[in-house]
Design a binder for this molecule. Structure first.
Ligand code: SF4
Ligand code: SF4
Length: 423
């Protein structure tokens, strides 16, 4: 049995997840896109001006530092504004490029990538096409693959969050694209075909992926199996020390959605759309192919809540690691593969009873209750000895805590403080 240390078995949302995976992919046409000029704490520069006409694939914003790849329009139309402050999914209001869709669907393409393209040319295409990790972290793909020589390439189709089935749906409907992307990524990372593994927890997704002729690993269903470090541990039996990235251990991990985006990029299409599962407290879950920048309100309108008489919370992503949206006006980011509706509820935390459940569940072998105690007592000097930066923000500790303590949120905030050097 292939397992990683810690983690939890989730049952919530499994039936809806299966139903969503079986669903067709519906196309959603947005009338207006909202593309923020502040992403992952970096200011982007607009490459267009108000009044400009754009096509699908037109570059509309770029990071002057070159760290993040460019952002492209997912519709053809006219730029209404480039500096309007608008809510964004990362929180707050930021300058935003607003594009009105003219419904004509004009597209501009990059030249197709040569079959024999060398690693440098593939990495350059990753940048030009705007690729970032589609599994949630959003790390720029060109930076991950630049000057890389790895032994293993793991394609992550685990999607262990409850309810979400965007990767399952992608694997079943866009296999050719995924395979093209995987081969390009393997070339870029100089990985031999025999060292590529497609990884999933779902027997149905495994059956679809096996048609690719590539090696498929079916893993035990356990959360957070989709986390890079847990995937490396389960598939290759390598436990990475704190601070060591998979690439530093000879393993490059990419999400199956990123592989499909690479397949598109090789054909000349920039990353302008993605599949989103809308699920949770809904009558029928749906998978939608959506232009990036589509307001969450348009995505939410594609489903009906189970009953109209209950208040719902909207989560960008899944219930474990997603972010609660305070407004549905924000545009869909590249990294978000789900919109989960959950009934509103309130509960209060009670004192820790030292049961140890959070310790047993933590896949990073941390002591969550002690880190939370350090946070509450303002003892920042204890963050490092307690290995706070090794937290994956997976939410397992909060999920199992019988006292309903918001451990993951507090530990994540402490980790952010340490990383930003506030201490
Ligand atoms: S959120 Fe952090 S502390 Fe909590 S279980 Fe996950 S890795 Fe461990
Ligand atoms: S799971 Fe909750 S109650 Fe149990 S030790 Fe951890 S913080 Fe305390």
């Amino acid at each position: 049995m292939r397992l990683f240390h810690g983690g939890i078995k989730l049952t919530e949302g499994n039936e809806l997840k299966e139903r969503a995976a079986e669903e067709h992919i519906h196309t959603l046409a947005a009338s207006t896109l909202y593309l923020p000029l502040f992403v992952q704490k970096r200011s982007l520069c607009a490459c267009v001006a108000a009044g400009d006409r754009v096509d699908i694939g037109t570059r509309v914003a770029e990071d002057p530092s070159g760290f993040l790849p460019p952002v492209h329009s997912g519709v053809s139309g006219t730029v209404r504004a480039i500096d309007t402050f608008h809510p964004c999914a990362e929180g707050g209001e930021v300058p935003t490029v607003v594009i009105d869709n003219d419904g004509q669907g004009r597209a501009c393409l990059l030249p197709p990538l040569a079959e024999t393209a060398a690693p440098d040319a593939i990495v350059e295409r990753m940048y030009e096409a705007g690729l970032v990790g589609m599994g949630g972290a959003g790390y720029p793909t060109h930076r991950k693959y630049r000057d890389l020589t790895a032994e293993w390439l793991l394609i992550n189709a685990c999607e262990c969050e409850p309810y979400l089935a965007a990767d399952a749906s992608l694997s079943r409907h866009f296999l050719t694209l995924i395979v093209e992307g995987v081969h390009r990524m393997a070339t870029a990372a100089r990985v031999a075909p025999a060292h590529i593994r497609l990884c999933t927890e779902s027997a149905q997704t495994a059956a679809a992926l096996k048609q690719s002729g590539l090696s498929v690993v079916t893993l035990t269903k356990r959360y957070p199996q989709g986390s890079e470090r847990q995937l490396v541990e389960a598939v290759l039996d390598k436990r990475l020390p704190d601070g060591v990235l998979p690439t530093q251990a000879g393993v490059v991990v990419s999400n199956v959605g990123t592989a499909a985006a690479m397949g598109d990029a090789a054909r000349g299409l920039a990353l302008t759309h993605r599949i989103v599962t809308v699920s949770g407290y809904v009558k029928q879950p749906r998978n939608l192919l959506v232009p990036i920048g589509t307001p969450f309100a348009d995505i939410a309108a594609a489903v009906q809540p189970k009953t109209a008489d209950r208040r719902v919370r909207y989560i960008a992503g899944g219930p474990m690691t997603g972010r609660r949206l305070t407004t549905l006006k924000a545009g869909l980011p590249k990294t978000c593969g789900g919109l989960t509706l959950l009934p509103s509820h309130s509960f209060s935390a009670t004192p820790c009873i030292r049961c140890g459940a959070c310790v047993r569940a933590c896949p990073s072998s941390l002591l969550p209750f002690l880190i939370e105690q350090a946070v509450l007592q303002g003892e920042k000097e204890r963050y490092r000895p307690l290995r706070t930066t090794a937290c994956l923000s997976c939410g397992c500790c909060s999920f199992v805590c019988p006292a309903k303590r918001p451990l993951a949120a507090r530990i994540t905030a402490a980790k952010r403080e340490l990383k930003e050097g506030i201490q």
